[in-house]
Design a protein around this ligand. Structure first.
Ligand SMILES: Nc1nc2c(c(=O)[nH]1)N[C@H]1C(S)=C(S)[C@@H](COP(=O)(O)O)O[C@H]1N2
Ligand SMILES: [Mo]
Length: 315
């Protein structure tokens, strides 16, 4: 495809990244016109640690202007038990995951059930840069420039029936690709769930990249969810199945320890985990702890989803 280079960009700024970004704008239009360009999400792979020319999207209601966590921290401090339980296990062992070709099964309460190729699903989706604060239940947080698109964009295509009240996401369960699966630390495969109105909220995204490039395997390649007002464990990674259901799904951590983890898992400094306080968090890269905010600071956008609900009971 021919790439036009706007003349207003000084040649010193013509890095692979900025070339890609120009191309991306172009492809966005192209995808709408032809509705069939798989290339819209053909992101470059990471070949260097972090592109120094990465330009973050502007701050807004969905984006924060806080300092970004470094690429190195984002990709070496991970929780992905399919590759081991230590934080540095995923970056060490996720090389065996093959993110392409990738199939996603869509079933349950939808008109358009089927086994879809991921690249077909990504056709015609215009990508949006978003910077999210991701939070983890262990009391740490990062600011990650995810690249993705609202979950609602795909869900609508599958045409949920009137009985669809929840969405369940399932991670790959292949011991050949995921060495950690040979140990019974969790009841595999890893499963997560959202109420359908939560999943349809524009802040809830499928992420396919970060820092402008393909999602590294240890971060949940090739497709994961990011729900920035919830604790990190809601972020189901390397998704192979999306099921719409009438009944509340049973997420892996709720199944493992129902008195410790609830279905909703909204970030809430006033509801302690039975074994630790959730009032403070450590931003990776910082020393002093920060006060944790209700809904991770996205209350204005999402509090309405829980109007009338007792968040202590529905934790
Ligand atoms: N399949 C799968 N998804 C998972 C996990 C996991 O072990 N397996 N860990 C969860 C937890 S506990 C956290 S905190 C986040 C961490 O995401 P990150 O490593 O991209 O920061 O992923 C979540 N998604
Ligand atoms: Mo976590």
């Amino acid at each position: 495809m021919l790439i036009k280079r706007p003349s207003d960009i000084p040649s010193s700024e013509i890095t692979p990244e900025s070339v890609y970004r120009n191309r991306r704008t172009f492809l966005k239009t192209a995808a709408i016109m032809t509705a069939g360009t798989a290339a819209a999400f053909a992101l470059p792979r990471f070949s260097e640690p972090q592109d120094p020319h990465y330009r973050r999207p502007p701050a807004g209601p969905f984006n924060t202007d806080e300092d970004l966590t470094s690429y190195k921290d984002i990709t070496t401090y991970n929780n992905f038990y399919e590759f081991g339980t230590d934080k540095d296990d995923p970056s060490e062992y996720a090389g065996s995951l093959k993110p392409r070709p990738w199939k996603v099964r869509v079933d349950g309460e939808v008109e358009k059930a089927g086994l879809y190729d991921l690249d077909d699903l990504l056709k015609g989706i215009s990508q949006e840069d978003r910077v999210y604060r991701l939070r983890c239940v262990e009391g740490w947080s990062m600011v990650i420039p995810w690249l993705g698109f609202p979950i609602s964009v795909l869900l609508k295509r599958f045409q949920p029936t009137s009985r669809a009240k929840y969405v369940e996401f399932t991670t790959l369960n292949d011991p050949q690709q995921m060495p950690g699966l040979s140990r019974p630390v969790l009841d595999w495969p890893y499963v997560e769930g959202l109420r359908i109105d939560e999943a349809m909220h524009p802040l809830a995204i499928f992420a396919v990249g970060l820092y402008g490039k393909q999602l590294p395997n240890q971060n949940g390649a090739p497709l994961r969810i990011v729900v920035p007002w919830k604790y990190g464990f809601k972020s189901c990674k390397s998704i192979v199945r999306i099921r719409l259901t009438e009944k509340e799904p049973l997420p892996t951590w709720v199944r493992a320890a129902p008195h410790e983890y609830g279905f909703y898992s909204n970030v809430n400094p006033d509801v302690d985990h039975p074994r630790w306080s959730q009032k403070f968090e450590r931003r990776i890269g910082e020393f002093r702890k920060r006060r944790t905010q209700l809904f991770n600071g996205y209350g204005e956008q999402v509090a309405g989803l829980y109007a009338g609900m007792d968040l202590r009971k529905h934790f």
